[in-house]
Write a protein that binds this ligand. Structure first.
Ligand code: AMP
Ligand code: GLY
Length: 427
């Protein structure tokens, strides 16, 4: 098959790495790609926000199948446009992608279909939002309604911090129109779990469980980011918890979407908090996680391209996944200052060194005259698999230590909490 992958992040590099290894793949393009993706695919400089440009490329290059990585083109309706042009495409339609595009839509779906989630109120008016914070007190969670690259959420420990964030989102418009409305949510306590499934709207194939590390700094300090690292081990999901997530969250979500005539096809990402009362939804994403994807592909003992195609064709085999080896970990190397202001254009050294058993997935990189430079906040994701979490982490950190660029920042404690509890470490 002639396959086009859309996107340019670490998630897309991981997807490209896995897709190109499939016997199904005869030719792989990636638009726009990055310096690392260029190792797996022919990168093409398409503007993926311009659906007509993408459709035209597919037609003139006889593309058989398009895989959409990030949320922005999904929310913009790229799948609708490609399918209208009779091009087979992996990913949800624009209407179904609202699950990620609007937190208000998500909350309504949860309410209407009795899917457990944090209590919330929505506000279009900053003064009313501030009043609510004053009445309710803290901790309280402030969320911009729309897309904000994982940065539009603050878990505010004090009312003052909540109020200041409301001002940034609704008045200073730091996230543009995404901040026209905010949600104020009850702060949930527990541990987070990324439960990602493939679904064709009917059948569901869960990925192995992963845990993301959203905060910028060690010990879960600092602001929220798109994700600073992830790990995957099966013991994150004891079987009763898996059954409860399926029963109380996944099935009602798929059925709820179907009842609203939204046949969902693609990755559906449930960001969950496992609380003392059971699992609750924090967010939905309409795509694979980043950096969860980089950790997951290291354990995928099945043909991902075939699975993606079967989703697009509405013929997903719900038992087609095998996960081996037992653990994987991924460390994101970011530009100093991320998720706030950071400099780009820093020369990356050490990439050519043997990474051992680790894979260095590129996110914000570009190549000029055979030298790689940083060009975004999250720059690389170094991923490794192992027989247990401690081995996977050691291999990922050893490989990361060989790579340098000015200002580089990465968390040193990915997976550390799970390792501290032997049951979670898969030992
Ligand atoms: P979201 O984009 O909604 O997933 O929020 C990003 C991150 O903020 C989550 O991964 C959690 O770490 C945190 N978060 C969001 N909502 C809540 C909540 N209601 N209670 C506690 N933490 C939350
Ligand atoms: N790592 C969280 C996300 O992809 O949204």
């Amino acid at each position: 098959m002639r396959i086009l992958l859309l996107g340019s992040g670490g998630r897309e590099h991981a997807l490209a790495w896995k897709i190109v290894a499939s016997p199904l793949c005869r030719k792989l393009w990636c638009a726009p790609g990055n310096a690392g993706i260029a190792r797996e695919a022919e990168c093409v400089a398409l503007d993926i926000a311009d659906t007509a440009q993408v459709v035209a490329f597919c037609k003139s290059n006889n593309v058989d199948f398009v895989v959409v990585g990030p949320e922005a083109p999904l929310v913009a309706g790229i799948v609708d446009a490609l399918e209208a042009a009779q091009i087979k495409t992996f990913g949800p339609t624009r209407a179904a992608a609202r699950l990620e595009a609007s937190k208000g839509f998500t909350k309504d779906l949860c309410r209407d279909h009795h899917i457990p989630t944090a209590a919330y109120e929505r506000f279009r008016d900053a003064t009313a939002a501030r009043r609510y914070v004053r009445d309710r007190g803290a901790p309280i969670v402030v969320k911009a309604d729309g897309l904000a690259a994982g940065k539009g959420v603050m878990v505010a420990p004090t009312p003052d911090e909540a109020t200041a964030f409301i001002e940034r989102v609704m008045e200073k418009k730091e996230f543009g129109a995404a901040g026209d409305m905010v949600l104020l949510e009850e702060a949930l306590e527990g541990h987070e779990l990324s439960y990602i499934v493939l679904t064709d709207g009917q059948h569901v194939l869960p990925m192995a469980p992963t845990q993301d590390h959203k905060r910028a700094l060690d010990g879960d300090h600092g602001p929220n980011t798109g994700g600073m690292g992830a790990f995957s081990i099966d013991s994150l999901l004891p079987s009763e918890l898996g059954a409860s997530i399926q029963h109380s969250i996944v099935q009602p979500t798929i059925a709820g979407l179907a009842s609203e005539s939204l046949a969902y096809r693609g990755f559906l990402y449930f960001g969950l908090m496992v609380t003392a009362e059971g699992p609750k939804v924090l967010e939905f994403n309409c795509r694979m996680g980043d950096p969860e994807a980089q950790a997951l592909v290291m354990r995928m003992d099945f043909d991902l391209a075939t699975a993606l195609l079967s989703v697009a064709e509405g013929k997903l085999d719900p038992v087609a996944a095998k996960w081996n080896p037992a653990a994987s970990a991924c460390v994101v190397m970011a530009s100093g200052g991320y998720p706030g202001e950071f400099a780009v254009g820093k020369k990356i050294e050490g990439l050519a060194l043997d990474g051992g058993e680790a894979e260095v997935f590129h996110a914000g990189t570009k190549r000029e005259d055979s030298i790689c430079y940083t060009c975004s906040g999250r720059v690389l994701a170094v991923a490794a698999a192992g027989r247990d979490l401690s081995q996977a982490m050691r291999l990922a950190y050893e490989a990361a230590a060989k790579i340098r660029f000015e200002g580089v920042h990465y968390r040193k404690d990915i997976g550390a909490k799970a390792l501290a509890s032997p049951q979670d470490a898969g030992a």
